[in-house]
Design a protein around this ligand. Sequence first.
Ligand code: C5P
Length: 237
Amino acid sequence: MEKRQELYAGKAKSVFATDDPDRLILHFRDDTSAFDGRRMESLARKGKVNNRFNAFIMGKLAEAGIPTHFEELLSDTECVVKNLDMLPVECVVRNIAAGSLVKTLGVEEGSELDPPTFQLFLKNDELHDPMINESLAETFGWATPEQLAEMKALTFRVNEVLKQLFADGGLLLVDYKLEFGVFQGQIVLGDEFSPDGCRLWDAETREKLDKDRFRQGLGGVIEAYEEVGRRIGVSFD
Ligand code: C5P
């Protein structure tokens, strides 16, 4: 497969075309951003750590029967994925209250959410990714009701697989964000799953081991990602 022109540079990843119109190359950079890109920093090893982490998780999800765009690792910082038509919505499942839920609803951080809750956000930096709902998504054509139902079901299935995987490593999966796209008529998981897009706490101490370390200036960001990876069996060599 031949790598061709850069199609898009996001805040942490770049997307390249290939000679196969159905395949893209994702390049995980060391760049880290928070607050809709207003804070940017380069963190050594991040691209490699997230590329390996994502490959491991996508493999586990595929084993569990969840359709993902991931095809294969290409290099330390690159992987090959299916070329999806991405839907501009972010699907979030929360098991424990944190982040924007705490801010917007005044819930106490750390309270258990039973049953876990599901939220939709519009992927739009300028509007700061506002919270939306199924009705708005349908009206504005961001996704059809059928697509929304499928994304919601898949996002909850991911919860079952990953809650257990992280629990086995002594970690709590607090919340996470997924993005989906359409490939040959099917809803498929896209983007990435890494500690950049989820919250993971040590089950005993509740120490934060995810991107909140960057957002809150706690330091040791990549060391925390590597610690999480080691606990669940990701190889970074
Ligand atoms: O900020 P909030 O609490 O709504 O985030 C919920 C989850 O979604 C967190 O794990 C966060 O890292 C992730 N997220 C993300 N990208 C965004 C918004 C949220 O990865 N643009």
